[in-house]
Design a protein around this ligand. Structure first.
Ligand code: CUA
Length: 315
């Protein structure tokens, strides 16, 4: 790790391209600033007023010149825009086969849940060579999940899920920060990401104490809250069946179709009337707002996800 380098190490697959875009924008800005500066300076000298009664000759504009200095910068801006947009969509569209990790921000710590039941605080362990999808939630205020070495940063907003992803490339330990002022101890809210070779990661997973898996915890909550009384697996009852719901389109009463992703499931638990499934009634299901913690919600959702593809297992 270059101690004095102005840039953090590049430890994820996307880091190189993020840096390249950054350098491109800095280079363009520097060249344009220098160009404007020198042109202003040389024109100020060349066309300075030489005597008090000097009258400058009127000038007539030049259409070709105007077009040139409009079109070229416009093209350069479009490159920035196009490149930035492409990168943005890549950075925030997790691939389908990604490993899942769940991170909840809470004043002032990061709680990490692995699907198999391992838990950590302010520590995140990931293998190299795999895409890692991190689902972010907040228990209280806005935090920001920031891993400089991966060039990834995203606000974590109470009341919604954000999924980010990265593919670690270099084993090592990297800083994890909260990058949003979130109260008096904001500066202490951080930790470490440990990137390991896949075999070491497997050994770490196996050797780390684990509780019930997220799916098992979710199943427990599902019973505890009485969800099973109405949501019969594949049977049409008073409430929509939950088997095979996750990841699939759901037809709503108002004619819209939505994809049942984490955000949809979360909303349906906390605010069941927000989106009524076609063919079902309003006000049948009570809201569970305030009764389930963010962790509990993630577990419930993990359980509902497991109903869609019960054979899906992490390698
Ligand atoms: Cu959380 Cu700053």
């Amino acid at each position: 790790m270059g101690e004095l380098s102005p840039f953090p190490v590049r430890a994820s697959a996307a880091a190189g391209e993020v840096d390249a875009l950054y350098f491109f924008i800095v280079a363009v800005s520097t060249i344009m600033t220098a160009l404007i500066f020198f042109v202003v300076l040389s024109f100020a000298i060349k066309y300075r007023r030489r005597s008090p009664d000097e009258r400058p000759r009127p000038i007539h504009g030049s259409i070709p010149l105007e077009i040139t200095w409009s079109v070229i910068p416009f093209g350069i801006m479009l490159i920035m825009f196009g490149w930035g947009t492409k990168l943005y969509f890549e950075l925030y569209t997790p691939p389908k086969n990604a490993l899942d990790v769940y991170v909840t921000g809470k004043q002032w710590m990061w709680k990490v849940n692995y699907p198999e039941g391992q838990r950590e605080i302010n520590e995140l362990h990931v293998p190299t060579g795999r895409a890692i999808r991190v689902t972010l939630a907040s228990e209280d205020v806005i935090h920001s999940f920031f891993i400089p070495a991966f060039r990834t940063k995203h606000d974590v907003i109470p009341g919604q899920y954000v999924a980010i992803w990265f593919q670690p490339t270099k084993p090592g330990r990297y800083h994890l920060f909260c990058a949003e002022y979130c109260g008096t101890q904001h500066s202490t809210m951080g930790g470490w990401v440990t990137v390991m070779e896949p075999a070491d990661y497997e050994a770490w997973l196996a050797g780390t104490e684990r509780g019930a898996s997220m799916v098992e915890e979710g199943a427990k909550l599902f019973q505890q809250f009485g969800c099973a009384n109405c949501h019969v697996l594949n049977l049409t009852a008073r409430c929509p069946p939950l088997g095979n719901v996750y990841g699939n389109p759901v037809k709503l009463e108002d004619g819209r179709t939505v994809i049942a992703d984490e955000a949809y499931l979360r909303e349906s638990i906390l605010n069941p009337n927000a989106k009524i499934v076609a063919g079902y009634k309003r006000d049948v299901m009570p809201s569970f707002q305030g009764q389930v913690s963010e962790e509990g919600l993630l577990q419930l959702i993990a359980y509902i996800k497991s109903l869609s593809n019960p054979n899906e297992r992490r390698p």
